[in-house]
Write a protein that binds this ligand. Structure first.
Ligand code: ATR
Length: 293
């Protein structure tokens, strides 16, 4: 990659950050479209967040992805927040639009596009969602618009209930939040069409963790896991074994990155190139500690 005096800079901020896969995906995309852009990772400690965002302004950095632990805290330093990101309460993408910093959240749309690409349309379907953290909120926001029925189960039941309540108010649909107990999982799986795991259960190094017994899975269920390290979680493996349709976390990681790419460059993201670059990197083994979309 040849850098020039006009190279536009994008990056990701977080702490820890050294295991991020975003530079692999984004630089492969820039290169394939011959864009004079570069993507780098910046470790930014909590106490440095305000300065980092000032730095983005003064250095004219065009775009940033934002990851743990800054997704919510960064919002107060931006000039404008996209309404969806405001509802979700988290920003994972910043665009420096001629000096004006605008915050977006591409997790939810990334998940929805992943489902679409795999031929899954949520309309008229029941979706069972595990988790009520940042990624789950983003997915729930988009899924609530589409799905006929949405059940959100979370280890901290209160968070699932609050999320369900706020979505119910917004979309005027029956949305239920409850605890991530074996009983609720089993009961809801019986009539669910799609299951999405948006918790970190099963993520490296705890790869044997799994919330769903194999006997509760069925071939007509679609199972999506947003954990991408390992590439196939225990949940995905078990679902595959019973003949269910499965979608791994890599897909969402790509789509969420593609949405950010499009915000910054205004170009269609080369999805295939991004996916190949990532799979190539991950074929090296389960080494990343950052393993969830
Ligand atoms: P992100 O922004 O990536 O979604 P997060 O906001 O920290 O990260 O959310 C992590 C999610 O994984 C939460 O739903 C969390 O449940 P709690 O809200 O109860 O903390 C869930 N999670 C993490 N570890 C878990 C575990 N061992 N069992 C069940 N759920 C877990």
């Amino acid at each position: 990659m040849e850098l020039s005096g006009k190279t536009k800079i994008c990056g990701v901020i977080g702490d820890p950050i050294e295991h991020t896969l975003s530079p692999i995906i984004q630089n492969a995309a820039f290169k394939s479209l011959a864009l004079d852009f570069v993507f780098v990772a910046f470790r930014v400690k909590r106490a440095e967040l305000r300065n980092a965002i000032s730095g983005m302004r003064s250095l004219g950095i065009l775009g940033l992805n934002v990851t743990m632990p800054h997704k919510s805290a960064v919002m107060k330093y931006l000039d404008k927040i996209d309404p969806t990101a405001a509802f979700i309460g988290a920003v994972n993408t910043i665009h420096n639009d001629d000096g004006k910093l605008i915050g977006f959240n591409t997790d939810g749309i990334g998940a929805l596009k992943t489902l679409e690409e795999n031929g899954v349309n949520l309309s008229g379907k029941k979706l069972l969602l595990f988790g009520a953290g940042g990624a789950a909120r983003a997915i729930a926001f988009y899924a609530a618009k589409e799905a006929e029925e949405l059940v959100i189960l979370n280890r901290t039941a209160e968070k699932a209930r609050r999320l369900a309540e706020s979505l119910q108010k917004k979309f005027c649909k029956r949305i239920v939040g409850n605890s991530l107990s074996k009983g609720f999982i089993r009961q809801n799986l019986q009539d669910s069409d799609v299951l999405i795991n948006a918790t970190s259960v099963g993520m490296y190094p705890n790869t044997s963790q799994n919330l769903v017994s194999s006997e509760w899975l069925k071939p007509d269920l679609c199972v999506m896991d947003i954990v991408y390290n390992p590439v196939e979680t225990r949940l995905v493996k078990n679902a595959k074994a019973v003949g269910a349709r499965v979608i791994g976390g890599i897909e969402m990681l790509i789509h969420q990155g593609a949405e950010s790419f499009e915000v910054w460059t205004g170009r269609s993201a080369p999805l295939k190139v991004m996916k190949e670059a990532l799979l190539d990197k991950l074929s090296g083994g389960e080494t990343s500690l950052d393993g969830k979309g």
